[in-house]
Design a protein around this ligand. Structure first.
Ligand code: 13P
Length: 259
């Protein structure tokens, strides 16, 4: 069965001491529960780059816990001041990398082609891409959400081989729900996730479509996680704000255990 995942995208938050403290609290909360995560249920911590080696080390060999990066460069190496390559991320001990977050698309003009290059490099270095897609409010109000998401997937991912694509995780993050407190309803999330799975099936066939994990992101909190995760095609969440609070984040994680 496909993996069920709670991923915490810390974005550009937390100093070193705060990051150490958060990981410590999250690990303790999981330990205090006295239970091992069910098979196939995972947590991914996604800190800013400077804390990635520390977080990777802290979750190393902890059942169900992994580390990831928020972005990677579109080239392997070279004169790209300020960039961090997929190879470096993998060698820091991370296993996942977010590609195409809407904040990167918006503030750093990341195009479909650029995201295609990044995804290919992530896969080359055995990182699992968490590929983000999602429409903005104007597009949703115009009823264009399916078309927008389909284009994002087609242009950046659908030239991958079956084997490559089967290693990708997709996060549906409607831009209007990110950091706004306006969550998609479980029905809206469920419909889009069903559409994404159908789109994948049309391209790669049923076997691959069934095994790809589809995460929901956008104002996911302890109070709404259960309802969102209860949707058939929602395989967990990519959490922003609530991932900075150990209690909220682990509560969201535990709600996935009951799925
Ligand atoms: P929020 O949970 O803060 O809305 O952020 C979602 C997100 O962008 C995760 O990548």
């Amino acid at each position: 069965m496909r993996k069920q995942i709670t991923a915490g995208n810390w974005k550009m938050h937390l100093t070193k001491d705060e990051a150490i403290d958060l990981v410590f609290q999250i690990k303790n909360a999981v330990k205090d529960s006295g239970k091992r995560p069910p098979e196939g249920v995972e947590m991914i911590l996604i800190p800013p780059f400077p804390w990635l080696p520390m977080v990777s080390q802290a979750v190393h060999n902890v059942p169900g816990m992994h580390a990831g990066a928020q972005n990677c460069a579109h080239e392997e190496q070279g004169a790209l001041t300020g960039e961090v390559s997929a190879d470096m991320i993998a060698s820091a001990g991370a296993q996942y990398v977010i590609i195409g977050h809407s904040e990167r698309r918006q503030h750093f003009q990341e195009s479909h082609d650029r995201l295609k290059e990044k995804t290919a490099l992530a896969l080359k270095y055995n990182l699992t891409p968490i590929f983000c897609c999602g429409e903005n409010l104007k597009e949703r109000n115009a009823g264009e959400e399916n078309r927008v998401v389909e284009k994002q997937l087609t242009d950046s991912l659908f030239s991958l081989s079956k084997e490559e694509f089967s290693r990708v995780i997709i996060a549906y993050e409607p831009v209007w729900a990110i950091g706004t407190g306006k969550t998609a309803t479980p029905e809206q999330a469920g419909q889009m996730h069903a559409f994404i799975r159908e789109t994948i099936e049309n391209h790669y066939g049923n076997n691959i479509a069934r095994q790809v994990s589809l995460l929901y992101g956008g104002s996911c909190k302890p109070g709404n996680a259960k309802a969102l995760f209860s949707q058939q095609h929602v395989d967990g969440g990519l959490i922003g704000g609530a991932s900075l609070n150990a209690k909220d984040f682990t509560e969201i994680y535990f709600s996935l255990w009951e799925k």
